[in-house]
Design a protein around this ligand. Structure first.
Ligand SMILES: O=c1ccn([C@H]2C[C@H](O)[C@@H](CO)O2)c(=O)[nH]1
Ligand SMILES: [Zn+2]
Length: 297
C-alpha cells in the first residue's frame, strides 16, 4: 500500500481501518465499494451508513492532487446500484485554473464512467461550492439528490441550490446519467475504439460536440474519459479531465501515459482539441493522436 493510503487509514477509526486493510492492500481496489462491501464494512466497523460514508472521506481526499492550494477535498457518489464511488479534487500546474476538477465532479464522473445510471446521494467533506452545485444540477436525479456533509443533516440539492438554472431552461428534457448513444463507429485499434465508444456515450446536449479521450498506460491498461456538458456551460467537464480523474483514482500518475487518443465529432461549433492537447502537453504527454467521427443518424 502506498504512503498516501496508509496515512488515510490513520485518520479512520481503528475498527474501520482494520476492515479497510484488505481492500487497500488489494491490486484490484479502484476507489469504489460495491453494495455488499459497504454492508460488510458497516458490520465490521459498527458504523451506520452515514457514519461510514463520513468516515471514508479522508480516504477519498487522499486521492486529491492539489499542488496549488494544498486543499484536499474528498467526495463519495452513492450510485443507485448501491456502489460508492470516491472522488477528489485535481489541480494542474502551468495551465489555467479553469482546468481544475472539483472532488464532487470527480466522484460523479467516476460513477458515470463506471456505468451508473442514477445517483442517490453525495457525501462531501466541505460544503460544495457554487460551481459544484451547478454541476450536480445537471444530473437526472438533481431534484432528489441528498447531500451529506459532516455535522449537518442531509439536505437535497434544491435546498443548496434554490431558484436553480438547469437543462429545462434551455429546452433539454434529458439529463446527465441518462443513457447516451450518438454513434456506433468501430475501429480495429482497441485504444481508438475505446475513445470512439466513450465519445458515443458523452453528454453534450447544448453543442452536440461529442468527444472523448482514451489513454494507454505503461501497465497496458486503458483509461477513458468522456465530455459532460453543463447548462451553464462553464462547469462542463472536459473529456481529458474525465479520463485523468479515473487514472488517478486507479492509483496512477499522468507520467504512466504511453499513448493518448482524442476523438470528437466532425463539424461541431466548439472543439476540445486545443485545450486537450495543451493540458496533455503540460503533463508531459506530447504524442497525441486526434481523430474525428460522424454520427450515423
Ligand atoms: O466544492 C469544492 C470547492 C473547492 N474544491 C477544490 C478545488 C480546488 O482544487 C481547491 C480550492 O478551491 O478545492 C472542491 O473540490 N470542491
Ligand atoms: Zn466545487
Amino acid at each position: 500500500m502506498n504512503e498516501r493510503l496508509s496515512q488515510a487509514l490513520n485518520e479512520c477509526p481503528s475498527s474501520l481501518a482494520n476492515a479497510l486493510l484488505p481492500y487497500l492492500n488489494s491490486d484490484t481496489f479502484h476507489a469504489s465499494f460495491s453494495a455488499t462491501e459497504v454492508i460488510a464494512l458497516q458490520q465490521s466497523s459498527g458504523l451506520s451508513s452515514t457514519e461510514l460514508a463520513l468516515a471514508l472521506l479522508p480516504l477519498a481526499a487522499s486521492y486529491a492532487f492539489a499542488p496549488l492550494s494544498d486543499f484536499k477535498v474528498g467526495a463519495i457518489a452513492h450510485g443507485a446500484s448501491g456502489r460508492w464511488y470516491l472522488g477528489a479534487n485535481m489541480e494542474f500546474i502551468t495551465t489555467p485554473l479553469q482546468q481544475t476538477v472539483h472532488a464532487e465532479q470527480s466522484a460523479i464522473n467516476h460513477a458515470w464512467i463506471s456505468g451508473e445510471t442514477r445517483l442517490n446521494q453525495m457525501t462531501v467533506n466541505y460544503t460544495p461550492c457554487g460551481h459544484c452545485r451547478q454541476f450536480m444540477n445537471e444530473l437526472n436525479c438533481a431534484e432528489q439528490l441528498l447531500i451529506q456533509l459532516p455535522d449537518t443533516p442531509p439536505r437535497t440539492l434544491p435546498f443548496y441550490l434554490p431558484h436553480a438554472f438547469g437543462p429545462k431552461d434551455l429546452g433539454i428534457t434529458h439529463a446527465l446519467f441518462d443513457p447516451q448513444i450518438h454513434a456506433m463507429t468501430m475501429h480495429h485499434d482497441p485504444l481508438i475504439n475505446a475513445a470512439l465508444s466513450a465519445a458515443s456515450q458523452s453528454y453534450a446536449p447544448y453543442t452536440h460536440a461529442y468527444s472523448a479521450v482514451a489513454l494507454l498506460l505503461d501497465t497496458g491498461q486503458r483509461v477513458t474519459g468522456r465530455y459532460a456538458e453543463n447548462a451553464a456551460f462553464n462547469p462542463s467537464l472536459p473529456p481529458l479531465q474525465s479520463a485523468l480523474i479515473i487514472l488517478r483514482l486507479q492509483g496512477y500518475d499522468p507520467s504512466s501515459i504511453t499513448r493518448a487518443v482524442f476523438v470528437e465529432i466532425a463539424g461541431a461549433a466548439i472543439s476540445q482539441k486545443s485545450a486537450t492537447l495543451a493540458t496533455l502537453s503540460a503533463l508531459g504527454c506530447h504524442d497525441i493522436e486526434t481523430l474525428t467521427f460522424t454520427t450515423n443518424g
